[in-house]
Write a protein that binds this ligand. Structure first.
Ligand code: FAD
Length: 374
C-alpha cells in the first residue's frame, strides 16, 4: 500500500533525524526511512566532539555555521531530552588542542589569534598550566590551545534523541526500509520506491551520509562525496584521567559522563570497509599513550568503525537538486556531522519553506563543474 507524507527523509542518521525534528515541529507529516537501524552508521560511531573551533580553523561560512550550531545545543539538549526521554550526556568542559612540537605550537598560537579576531574564545596554556588543569597529560607535550566552548555529547544517544523527539511530534520512522529509486515526473519529485513499497511526498530529502552519492545516482546526479573510514575504541579507567577533551594531530581522547574514554579516530580515504583492524587500533593506542600515559592501565571496552561522508570541497551540500524540484540534499558533513546537526535541521526546514537568507553558501551550484547531472 502507498503511504502519503508531506516530506520523506532518506536516512535515519543524525542529519535525517534533525531535519525530521524541525519539520515535525513545523507541522509537517514526516517519514524517515533507513535501510538499517536509526543511527546505525556514522552517527552512532562518532566521538561526539562539538569541535567548531577545534576542527574548523578558517573563518568563513562553514565556521560560522558550526559556531551557530554549537550554540544551539544549550537550548536543544533539554528540549530533546524532555521529548525523547534519552539522556544525551552533553558536557561543556572544553577541548585542549595540544602541541607536540614547536611547529604545532606556532600554528596553534596563530589560530588562537585569528579565532579571537573572529570573536571566539581561545587561549594558550603552557605545559605547566596544562598539567595544573589536566594532571594526567604527558609532560612531553609543549602546551595546548584551550577552547572553552567546544563541548561534547554521546553521539548515538543524541541521534536517537532526535529520532524519538521527532516521533513524539508525530514523525514516523521506518527501519530496514531501503530506498531504491525516486518517483520523478515533469522535473519534480513525487516520492520514493523502497523495499517496503512506495512512499509518496512532494518533498524528499536525501540525508544518506556517505551513501548519498549512490542514492542520488537514481536522480541523475553524481554528487562528489567520498567515504572516509574511521576507527575508534573505548576504555574505562579506574579513576577519571581527564576532564576536557584532549585533541592532537591524529588522535583524540574524549571523557564521557559514564566514565569511559573514547579514543579516535583513524582516517582511511575512499573506504566503505567497516571492519576493525589491529593496525588501526594499535596505532591509536600508541598515540593515546603519548597524550595520556596512564590510559595504558585502563580496562578495555570495545572498538568500532564508521564511514564519514566527505564532500569534494569539505563543506556539506545543503540545498535542492538542480533539476528536480522538491528533491533536497543534506549530505557531506565529513568529520562534523554531530556538531552541524542542529543548524542542518533548521536550515533544511527553511530551504523547504523558501525562507533562507540569500545566497545559501552550501547550495550544490557552488560546485557546478563537479556535480554532474544527466
Ligand atoms: P549517517 O549517520 O551515515 O546516516 C546516513 C543513513 O542513511 C544511514 O543510517 C544509512 O543506513 C542510511 N541510508 C543510506 N543509504 C540508504 C538507502 N538507500 N535507503 C535508506 N537509508 C539509507 N562528527 C562530529 O561532529 N564530532 C565527532 O566527534 C565526530 N567523530 C567521528 C568519529 C568517527 C569514527 C566517524 C566515522 C565520524 C565522526 N564524526 C564526528 C562525523 C559524523 O559522524 C558524521 O558527519 C555524521 O554522523 C553524518 O551523519 P549523517 O546523518 O549525514 O550520515
Amino acid at each position: 500500500m502507498r503511504k502519503i507524507y508531506d516530506a520523506v527523509i532518506v536516512g535515519g542518521g543524525i542529519n535525517g533525524s534533525s531535519i525530521a525534528f524541525q519539520l515535525a515541529k513545523r507541522g509537517y507529516k514526516v517519514a524517515v526511512l533507513d535501510k538499517g537501524k536509526i543511527a546505525g552508521k556514522a552517527s552512532g560511531a562518532a566521538a561526539g566532539i562539538l569541535g567548531a573551533q577545534t576542527e574548523l580553523a578558517e573563518d568563513g561560512p562553514l565556521f560560522q555555521l558550526a559556531c551557530k550550531s554549537r550554540s544551539m545545543y544549550r537550548i536543544l539538549i533539554p528540549e530533546l531530552e524532555d521529548l525523547s526521554q534519552v539522556h544525551i550526556g552533553y558536557q561543556n568542559k572544553g577541548v585542549y588542542k595540544v602541541a607536540a612540537n614547536k611547529e604545532e605550537e606556532q600554528t596553534l598560537k596563530r589560530l588562537i589569534e585569528s579565532q579571537q579576531k573572529a570573536g571566539e574564545q581561545a587561549e594558550w596554556f603552557s605545559i605547566d598550566d596544562l598539567i595544573k588543569r589536566e594532571p594526567s597529560v604527558s609532560n612531553k607535550l609543549l602546551g595546548a590551545m584551550y577552547i572553552p566552548n567546544d563541548g561534547q555529547v554521546q553521539a548515538y544517544e543524541l541521534s536517537l534523541a532526535f529520532a524519538k523527539a521527532s516521533m513524539a511530534l508525530g514523525a514516523e520512522i521506518y527501519e530496514y526500509t531501503h530506498v531504491s529509486d525516486f518517483i520523478l515526473k515533469d522535473e519534480k519529485v513525487h516520492g520514493v520506491k523502497t523495499s517496503q513499497g512506495e512512499f509518496l511526498a512532494e518533498s524528499v530529502i536525501v540525508a544518506s551520509g556517505a551513501w548519498s552519492r549512490e542514492v542520488l545516482e537514481r536522480a541523475g546526479l553524481s554528487l562528489p562525496i567520498i567515504p572516509v573510514k574511521g576507527e575508534c575504541f573505548s576504555v574505562i579507567p579506574e579513576k577519571p584521567l581527564v576532564q576536557g577533551t584532549i585533541f592532537s594531530h591524529g588522535c583524540y581522547i574524549v571523557p564521557k559522563q559514564s566514565g569511559r574514554l573514547v579514543v579516535g579516530a583513524t582516517v582511511k580515504v575512499n573506504s566503505f570497509d567497516e571492519k576493525v583492524t589491529l593496525e588501526g587500533i594499535s596505532t591509536l593506542m600508541e598515540k593515546a599513550q603519548n597524550l595520556v600515559p596512564d590510559i595504558a592501565k585502563a580496562e578495555w571496552e570495545r572498538a568500532w568503525t564508521g564511514i564519514r561522508p566527505q564532500s569534494a570541497d569539505g563543506q556539506p551540500f545543503l540545498g535542492e537538486h538542480p533539476v528536480y524540484r522538491g528533491l533536497y540534499i543534506a549530505a557531506g558533513h565529513f568529520r562534523n556531522g554531530i556538531l552541524l546537526a542542529p543548524a542542518t535541521g533548521v536550515l533544511m526546514a527553511d530551504i523547504l519553506e523558501g525562507k533562507t537568507e540569500q545566497p545559501n553558501p552550501f547550495e550544490l551550484s557552488r560546485l557546478e563543474s563537479l556535480v554532474h547531472t544527466s
